[in-house]
Design a protein around this ligand. Structure first.
Ligand SMILES: Nc1ncnc2c1ncn2[C@@H]1O[C@H](COP(=O)(O)OP(=O)(O)OP(=O)(O)O)[C@@H](O)[C@H]1O
Ligand SMILES: [Mg+2]
Length: 248
């Protein structure tokens, strides 16, 4: 079955994933998550829980020992990143996610290096979501603010028309105003038809905007529910959100 013909509702289904960096040391210990068509999924959890490792394992950057990653009905477990981008998966890592010495436009071209002839059409799609990237297309990415770089990184990942976008802490290091703007953009990307799986340290904010979320703890999905449900769950509040949770 080809991805294009896949009629099911599941865009990404990760089942019992076990993965790690060093042989014999597993960071993910049987982690399962799913993103259905059109969903914005949040991933929260304490530092070191394995949130980044989960995204990296889904994107072929960390060795998977067992378990599966299905994308639109196809088993893509362990495929390399350059193959995954052609199969509908986009990834924005937390750090070093732009080419600082290249212009905005060149960064977007890099996102499409496997299909350069689609540039004009995809550039217009990205420019609709991020008009300032079009206006400033000749500016070097290294001279942009943190929030602007995040837009370039998301824009680049969108160039290959992903079915799902994996975002690792898009709001990290930004001012509260820029964090709000980033969340708004993530919402718009999602509304444009891209399923999103977003890891966030700003747990409360993440639960407010996502459809469903997973709490990751020690490499496993410990809790799941709608953002609203998890925000009200006493266990989640006590263990992961802290006392500030009720002030939202
Ligand atoms: N490249 C690496 N080599 C070896 N171990 C690593 C590597 N990257 C991460 N780890 C380990 O994997 C575990 C999970 O790290 P990970 O970065 O996935 O956590 P996280 O949930 O994203 O945390 P944070 O909220 O701090 O970003 C940690 O114990 C970390 O030390
Ligand atoms: Mg992380």
């Amino acid at each position: 079955m080809s991805a294009e013909n896949f009629e099911g509702d599941s865009v990404v289904k990760v089942t019992d994933l076990v993965a790690g960096y060093i042989p014999g040391v597993n960071i993910l210990n049987g982690c399962s998550i799913e993103a259905r068509r059109g969903e914005l999924i949040g991933i929260i959890g304490p530092n070191g829980a394995g949130k980044s490792t989960l995204l990296k394992a889904m994107f072929g950057l960390v060795k998977v020992h067992s378990g599966t990653v299905m994308v639109r009905g196809q088993d893509l477990t362990g495929l390399k990143a350059n193959k995954l981008v052609t199969r509908g998966v986009g990834f924005v890592p937390q750090n070093n996610n732009v080419f600082a010495s290249l212009t905005i436009e060149e960064n977007l071209q890099m996102g499409l290096y496997q299909q350069p002839k689609n540039f004009r059409e995809r550039f217009e799609f990205v420019a609709d979501l991020f008009p300032e990237l079009k206006k400033r297309r000749s500016q070097r990415a290294g001279s942009l603010s943190g929030g602007e770089r995040q837009m370039v990184a998301m824009g680049r990942a969108l160039m290959m028309e992903p079915a799902v976008l994996l975002l690792d802490e898009p709001s990290a290091g930004l001012s509260p105003v820029k964090q709000d703007e980033t969340f708004l953009r993530v919402h718009e990307i999602n509304r444009a038809g891209v399923s999103v799986i977003m890891v966030e340290q700003n747990a409360r904010r993440c639960l407010q905007i996502c459809d469903r979320a997973y709490v990751l703890d020690q490499g496993k999905d410990a809790y799941t529910g709608t953002g609203r449900e998890l925000m009200k769950d006493p266990k989640v509040i006590q263990l992961y959100l802290g006392t500030l949770a009720d002030t939202a």
